[in-house]
Unconditional design. Sequence first.
Length: 228
Amino acid sequence: MLRPFLLSTLAATALVISLPGVATAQQPPRPPQEPDPTEPGNLRSLTQQGSMLSLPGGERLMSEAAAAISSQNYAVAATKLQDARQVYNQLSNFYQELAGSFAGIDNRISEELRQKALQSAQSRDQATYQLALVHRAQNRPELAVPLLVQIIRSQQPTRELGNQAYQQLLELGFVDASYQRPQAQQQAQPIQGLPSSQDLRRQQQQQQRQPQPQQAPAPAPAPRPQTP
């Protein structure tokens, strides 16, 4: 006797659920609970992994650029280095402005911020130099020359990186006069963790000797002889 009644009840329930505009009562979703900013563990630190506007963020981009250069993926390397330049340049400007704000108020903080600005500027120029080498490897000296001039303006020719940038301009034929720093010169060392210009040219030569489905980048121009 109860079976027909049970079937009719189930059918009516299914009909109600399937009707448009008819829904069963539901509890409203609870909004996500915001972390308490007063708790030290909930602070969003720029030094945490994944943050970009920080010195570790710039170093991470430089490491990714080095990996791209090792695989001769110069397009990706150029993008990573350009991003690193932007990060370091912003950091340098921000730290410099903060250092000026604390000058005469708290010299300890001002000096600490000034050192961070110098460190960021140095890293920016290193990323710029490496980007210029990548453009040389791509046989695009017209993009490398402005970057090298920026480095010399920032570093001055008397510093190692500025002297290396000038030597690159000499190899490209953009300048003719050679220059030696006043102090005893040592062989220019590559930027730590990134290939040197000689490494880039060596990779190009190896790539040319191996058949590739796509056109390989043209080799960098041969160094010009230096005048005494």
